[in-house]
Design a protein around this ligand. Structure first.
Ligand SMILES: C[S@@+](CC[C@H](N)C(=O)[O-])C[C@H]1O[C@@H](n2cnc3c(N)ncnc32)[C@H](O)[C@@H]1O
Length: 249
């Protein structure tokens, strides 16, 4: 792995160790993913056929999305750069009674995944690709294209440029990577303004990243967070702006 991957592994591993200590890691499936996957499956498969499917999540973390898939009988694999996250993910799947539905839990970067071409019926990602630099981001989408079977699904959940943080800092975009901000303002690292690199996608950009796919449908999801919380973050109003990308190869 590259030096940047080593740094990412260290950062995320530290974050997961802390989350485990505080019992603060994500245990709920992401609603936007659940709705999109449910729609896709309902249109194509009956209950029995779900057992023949293999889905993977890129940056699976503690694995709540994989548990949701395995609950439906689907075989699941997870890719994550953090060994601590993967260990937690395996424990979570075991505790949910899904040890026999686990394909591979792979310690790797999402931009270079050691799984075979066209081996997956579906790929999910939530809030992972948005923190990759340009080369890794392009690599991550190339891997989605390579790994997905024809007719297979990709669902992604990522920052969009209508976000208040992007609008306020638009002048600071990286010159060679429009849409990318590198912000380290101090304070809690749950805030984008202290997380380092964040990339804010556009709908057209996402469409261009999966060329040749039958469907690439990025749906915009925006909402204002409560004013008290906005003020805590130094804003009068704070709009979250995300794309939920539904794509069929
Ligand atoms: C924000 S968490 C999301 C976890 C999970 N998707 C969820 O919805 O609960 C981001 C996850 O991506 C992983 N990650 C970050 N960068 C990565 C990379 N380049 N390759 C693989 N995994 C990565 C982190 O270790 C972490 O588990």
């Amino acid at each position: 792995m590259s030096t940047r991957n080593d740094e990412m592994r260290e950062t995320w591993d530290r974050s997961f160790a802390e989350q485990i200590e505080r019992h603060a890691y994500n245990t709920a499936p992401v609603e936007a993913l659940v709705r999109s996957v449910s729609y896709y499956l309902r249109e194509r498969y009956d209950q029995e056929q779900l057992r023949g499917l293999h889905f993977a999540e890129m940056g699976c973390g503690a694995g709540p999305n994989l548990v949701w898939l395995a609950d439906r009988g689907i075989t699941v694999s997870g890719v994550d750069i953090s060994p601590t996250a993967l260990e937690l993910c395996r424990r979570t799947l075991d505790a949910a009674g899904h040890a026999d539905r686990v394909g591979d839990l792979v310690e790797a970067s999402v931009s270079d995944v050691p799984l075979p071409d066209e081996s997956l019926d579906g790929i999910l990602e939530s809030c992972v690709y948005q923190h990759l630099d340009r080369d890794d981001r392009l690599g991550a989408f190339r891997e989605v294209d390579r790994l997905t079977k024809p007719g297979g699904l990709f669902v992604g959940h990522m920052l969009e440029q209508g976000h208040t943080v992007f609008e306020q800092h638009a002048a600071e975009q990286e010159a060679d990577d429009p849409g990318t901000l590198i912000l380290v303002e101090g304070g809690s690292n749950i805030y984008l303004t202290n997380i380092g690199l964040s990339h804010f996608f556009t709908k057209d950009e996402v469409r261009s990243l999966l060329p040749g796919w039958q469907t690439v449908d990025p749906c915009l999801l925006q909402y204002e967070i409560p004013v008290d919380e906005a003020r805590k973050r130094g804003y009068e109003h704070y709009r979250q702006s995300m794309l939920v990308v539904y794509a069929v190869k």
